[in-house]
Structures are given as structure tokens and as C-alpha cells.
Design a protein around this ligand. Structure first.
Ligand code: NAD
Ligand code: TDX
Length: 339
């Protein structure tokens, strides 16, 4: 079995690569990643030493390059993690999100069709459903919830989902889609809430909480997401969407206080700042389908996951310092050149 993992130098992709190399020592894994600001080759340093793993630098939006790669490698399965993933950046500059998340997905779908991959899996997000009201804790996103994206990021992800389903309906491409809630864990780029707050608390800097801090996110430890994707690509039904989440809703302010608690830092570091434009109020996944059909359940509870995450960041401060200094970007240029 040969699997293409795109975006594998990013947070969830690199966790997925380690998960798959450990679980399936006979599988070959090829990682395609453009090494944008969010891609870090150092996250894959252990994988690079594995003879079953290969790293290829390139963009999923480069149609000819993607075509050549698919022709030469004959992939059985494609798992597309590659994306511009940060909502705040999409508000600043939407166009790169459209280029990567929509056109990049189109290039992968086209090559998957042309070279007959057995499964194309699109890693999507619960943000495609928009948001839920704070005063209705009884309602959740199901796979049948209407698409209602709020940000350029989520609109680009929703577009990619529609394109993926269209390739199934029109060309018979064997696709699946997963829509997961907020992930946290090792290797997450420190622009996202949890690692940002860990790094700022460690430096005794103020912790910027958007608006009133009452927005709710549904947090899942990254390894549980990886296990869900593994189950879907092996046992999921072609043409289907699977929501992934562990019924772990938290208000942002409570997540930030949990981080401070783990680091024994004072709550006086919290600073309320201007709200995010179009800020989604609440995300909450109903995971009944993946649970009943594929037997998936989350294994890591929030307390344990947060403990492991904080410990990882404490033990890997050099990983973060290199990102901050831009050192890893220079390293990647040295290894792979500018192209
Ligand atoms: P990330 O930003 O940490 O990583 C994205 C990776 O994609 C980086 O390595 C980057 O270099 C690479 N990339 C970007 N543009 C590329 C291009 N044109 N060609 C090739 N590679 C490119 O993102 P993440 O948090 O790991 O998210 C991975 C996927 O999971 C995304 O599709 C995201 O929408 C989805 N997702 C994320 C979360 C979450 O909480 N982080 C939740 C649900 C779904
Ligand atoms: O400094 C901050 N202060 C703050 O209050 C940041 C960075 C975030 N927040 C808030 C905004 C959100 O309500 O915390 C919440 C989480 O923010 P992010 O970490 O930026 O995640 P979110 O916007 O919820 O999107 C994430 O989950 C779904 C990922 O970034 C997406 O890629 C994924 O699809």
C-alpha cells in the first residue's frame, strides 16, 4: 500500500504520518508539502530516517508537478491535509486560501481520477457548517447540517468538499471526507489558541482572548483524529462524509485558564482584545455516525491531552524557538532550495 499524505509537515499531517508508520510498518508513505510558514521539516525528522518514508517538496496547486508525481509514484490512497489553515490569516488575505484549499484540492482530485487512486480522502473541518448558538446546547453539527461557512478559510474548505463530492458523483472517484472539530496536541503551530497561550504564558506575556472569551470550541486530541482518518480510509463507505469529535466543548476563556493552571501562571496574564471579525460562536460535533458505523471513540480525555500537550511544548521549546526565529525556514531552503 502506498499512501500520499499532503501537508504532512504541518500539525495534523505529521502526527498522522507517525501514527501510520507505527501502525503499518509495511506501508509506504510519501509526504508532499510546500513547506509554507506552517510546514516544518523538523517535525518529520524521525520519519525521514524510516526507509518506508519519502518527503517531496512541492505545491498541491502545481498541476503539472502533481501530475508527474502521481504518474511516477502510483499511489493507492491520497489523504489531503495540505491547506492554509488559520482563520485570522484568511481574514487578512483570502486569496492564498482559495488557491491552496480549492485549486490545490482540484489538482489532487484530477490526478487521482487520471491515475486511478483507490481512495481519495479530503480532510475537512467542522467550520464548513458555520456556527451554533450559545443558548442551544442541545443542538450539534451532523453530516446533514447545511454548509454555512463564515470565514474565507471555512468557505474555501466548504468549496473543496463540494468539489470532492462532485468528483465522486460525476466521475465515480472513490472519495471520503472527514469533518473534525478543533485539534490540539504536539507540533501545532503556535499561532493557534492552545500553543499560542502556552508560549505566551511561559514567556510571562499577556494572553490575548478575543471578545468576551465565551465562544465555544469542541476540542479533540490530535491522535484521536488520526485514528478516525485511518478507520475511514480503510473501512469508510465511498462517497460518505464522517463528522469527528469527542463531545468536549469548552469556552475559550476556560481553555486559557486550563493552560495557565498547568503552568502555574497567574490569571492576571489574561487580556481581552478586539474580537475576530465574523467570529463563530460555537462548534459542536455529533459523532454518532463514525461511532456507530466504524466503532470510533475518542481515547484521550481533555485533562490527559492537555497534560501531554503542555509537557510536549515544555520539552520541545527549541522546536518553537526555531519557528519564531525563522530558523527552520532557512534550514528548509538550505536542504531543498528556493523552488
Ligand atoms: P497546518 O497549517 O499546521 O499545516 C498545513 C500544512 O500544509 C503545512 O505543512 C503547509 O506547509 C502545507 N501546505 C500549505 N499549502 C500547501 C500547498 N500549496 N501544497 C502543499 N502543502 C501545502 O494545518 P493543520 O492544523 O495540520 O490542518 C491540516 C488539515 O486539517 C487542514 O486541511 C485543515 O483544514 C484541517 N483541519 C484542521 C483542524 C485543526 O484544528 N487544526 C481541525 C479540523 C480540520
Ligand atoms: O489569540 C487568540 N485568541 C483567541 O481568543 C487566538 C489565536 C484564538 N482565539 C480564539 C478564536 C477561536 O474562538 O480561540 C478559538 C480558537 O482559535 P484558533 O486556534 O484560531 O482555531 P479556530 O478558529 O477555532 O479554527 C481551528 O479549528 C478548526 C483551526 O485553526 C482550523 O484549521 C480548523 O479547521
Amino acid at each position: 500500500m502506498k499512501i500520499l499524505v499532503t501537508g504532512g509537515a504541518g500539525f495534523i499531517g505529521c502526527n498522522f504520518i507517525y501514527y501510520m508508520l507505527n501502525k503499518y510498518p509495511d506501508y509506504e508513505i510519501v509526504c508532499l508539502d510546500a513547506l509554507t510558514y506552517a510546514g516544518n521539516l523538523k517535525s518529520l525528522s524521525v520519519a525521514v530516517a524510516n526507509p518506508k518514508f519519502k518527503f517531496v517538496k512541492g505545491s498541491i496547486s502545481d498541476k503539472d508537478f502533481v501530475d508527474r508525481l502521481f504518474k511516477s509514484e502510483s499511489f493507492d490512497i491520497v489523504v489531503n491535509f495540505a491547506a492554509e489553515s488559520h482563520v485570522d490569516r484568511s481574514i487578512e488575505n483570502p486569496f492564498i486560501f482559495l488557491e491552496t484549499n480549492i485549486m490545490g484540492t482540484a489538482c489532487l482530485l484530477e490526478a487521482s481520477k487520471k491515475y486511478g487512486v483507490k481512495r481519495y480522502h479530503q480532510v475537512s473541518t467542522d467550520e464548513v457548517y458555520g456556527d451554533l448558538p450559545l443558548d442551544r446546547p442541545d443542538i450539534f453539527f451532523t453530516e446533514k447540517t447545511n454548509l454555512s461557512a463564515s470565514s474565507p478559510y471555512s468557505a474555501s474548505k466548504a468549496s473543496a468538499d463540494l468539489l470532492t463530492l462532485a468528483y465522486h458523483r460525476t466521475y465515480g472517484l472513490p472519495v471520503t471526507i472527514s469533518r473534525c472539530s478543533n485539534n490540539y496536541g504536539p507540533y501545532q503551530f503556535p499561532e493557534k489558541l492552545i500553543p499560542l497561550m502556552i508560549m505566551k504564558a511561559l514567556a510571562d506575556e499577556s494572553l490575548p482572548v478575543y471578545g468576551n472569551g465565551l465562544n465555544v470550541r469542541d476540542w479533540l486530541y490530535v491522535e484521536d483524529h488520526c485514528r478516525a482518518i485511518d478507520l475511514i480510509i480503510h473501512n469508510g463507505k465511498v462517497g460518505e462524509i464522517y463528522n469527528v469529535g469527542g463531545h468536549n466543548e469548552r469556552r475559550n476563556i476556560d481553555v486559557v485558564k486550563t493552560v495557565l493552571g498547568h503552568l502555574s501562571k497567574p490569571e492576571s496574564l489574561i487580556t481581552y482584545v478586539k474580537d475576530r471579525a465574523g467570529h463563530d460562536l460555537r462548534y459542536a460535533i455529533d459523532p454518532e455516525k463514525i461511532s456507530s458505523q466504524l466503532g470510533w471513540e475518542p481515547e484521550t480525555c481533555f485533562d490527559e491531552g492537555m497534560k501531554k500537550t503542555v509537557e510536549w511544548y515544555l520539552e520541545n521549546q527549541k522546536w518553537v524557538d526555531d519557528i519564531k526565529s525563522g530558523e527552520y525556514a532557512e534550514y528548509a531552503r538550505r536542504i531543498y532550495g528556493d523552488s
